[in-house]
Design a binder for this molecule. Structure first.
Ligand code: 13P
Length: 339
């Protein structure tokens, strides 16, 4: 039963030309995003924003899944439709962020660990009753000459694998998200080295915890230079370096790799994904699971005002459509100017 359920969710999530919208920002993160448009992070404003995203006409053409915050599962649109139901109506699978955020890793200064495993099975069963079919857990790796250390690589891999195994036991598809942070002035080579080490450790742990690779999604960061590094990389370079690391570490049994945007601009995130899909056939589908890179232009168009909802939804749909094209290697910068 559980295997059939997981397979059905995978089938709905992994579709050519479609990706995932991450709309699961934590309290502090959504407050930071709203601050850029001078909107206060109240429950009502978060409900209004996430209703706007979920009711965007045509979103289901390019988006197969949406990652929600726990709070959103209980919220409804102005006309009283529960938000998970809005997703379902668009043919979009609802998912849920289940980690409880990161804290310093004891004994490893500078490194962090994600918490939230205690009571996870029970929480997942409740989320499932509310309509969630997949989940997300994010591990974070800070980069320097010495970070992340071995302890952080091993502890985060272990937590991701335990989370994924618990999800599958509950009939929930796990998104495994190891994020190598873009912050810092490190080189692209250093990012590649850390990403390879992190992914190697993650798949080793997934194997130990008997996670079925066919029933999970990987959500990694791309291989890029640190944000403040002097040399920024062109999409073709990002594509070659990222795919090389993935081919070395991610088994072919994983059906789809859905990247996070991690602080790239919307245009960069789309161009980089497109460049990867131009490299030819890979063992897995290469798609997106963007938060900022999908929401940012829509958020700036909205500015907290209902009168701007239509423009905001147009901006979201445009990014979704361009990323859908990037999944097929059919994006071009000229498409940014059109409409
Ligand atoms: P970004 O694409 O903004 O990095 O968000 C994706 C996400 O879900 C981070 O956990």
């Amino acid at each position: 039963m559980t295997q059939g359920e997981l397979q059905a969710t995978m089938h709905a999530l992994v579709q050519k030309g479609k990706g995932i919208l991450a709309a699961d920002e934590s309290g502090p993160t959504i407050a930071k995003r709203f601050k850029t448009i001078s909107v206060e992070s109240t429950e009502e404003n978060r409900r209004a924003w996430r209703s706007l995203l979920l009711t965007t006409p045509g979103l289901g053409e390019f988006v197969s899944g949406i990652i929600l915050h726990e709070e959103t599962l209980d919220q409804a649109t102005d006309d009283g439709t529960p938000l998970p139901q809005c997703a379902a109506r668009q043919g979009i699978v609802a998912g849920i962020k289940v980690d409880a955020g990161k804290i310093p890793l004891a004994g490893a200064p500078g490194d962090e660990i994600t918490q939230g495993l205690d009571g996870l099975a029970g929480r997942l069963a409740a989320y499932k009753r509310q309509g969630a079919r997949f989940a997300k857990w994010r591990a974070v790796y800070n980069v320097s000459d010495t970070l992340p250390g071995r302890l952080a690589l091993e502890a985060n891999a272990e937590a991701l694998a335990r989370y994924a195994a618990i999800c599958q036991e509950q009939g929930i598809v796990p998104i495994v998200e190891p994020e190598v942070l873009i912050d810092g002035d490190h080189t692209m080579a250093r990012c590649a080295e850390v990403t390879e080490a992190a992914l190697h450790e993650v798949f080793h742990a997934l194997h130990r915890h008997r996670v079925v690779l066919e029933h999970m999604l990987l959500k990694p960061s791309m291989v890029v230079p640190g944000k403040t590094h002097a040399h920024q990389a062109a999409p073709a370079e990002v594509a070659v370096q990222t795919v090389r690391v993935l081919r070395r570490t991610v088994p072919a049994a994983v059906p789809s790799i859905n990247f996070l945007s991690g602080g790239q601009t919307p245009e960069e995130a789309t161009a980089n994904l497109d460049a990867m899909n131009l490299l030819g056939l890979q063992p897995w589908q290469l798609s997106f699971s963007y938060g900022r890179a999908l929401q940012e232009p829509a958020l700036q168009a909205w500015k907290g005002q209902a009168a701007h909802a239509r423009n905001s939804q147009d901006a979201l749909l445009k990014r979704a459509r361009l990323n859908g094209a990037a999944c097929r290697g059919q994006y071009s910068a000229a498409m940014e100017a059109a409409d």
